[in-house]
Design a binder for this molecule. Sequence first.
Ligand code: SF4
Ligand code: SF4
Length: 71
Amino acid sequence: MPKGRIIVDVDKCKGCGLCLDACPLHLLELANDTVNKKGYQPMRIHTPEKCIGCANCAMMCPDVVITVEKL
Ligand code: SF4
Ligand code: SF4
């Protein structure tokens, strides 16, 4: 069971990648097969079951794209 869950407001993401480095478990990536409404490759979580809900990613994002729920 994951300890946390992230909710990504995909169309607000500008694909800057800052959150990728903030995740201690390296669970985040930029989607290389899709673009959002702004034309950017948005961030996604590749292994959601490993999320610990630390919220580092959400704190790092300058555009408040990520919401974290502790489970
Ligand atoms: S909440 Fe923590 S563990 Fe989960 S994706 Fe964000 S930085 Fe990674
Ligand atoms: S979620 Fe935020 S920090 Fe991560 S790539 Fe998108 S805009 Fe950048």
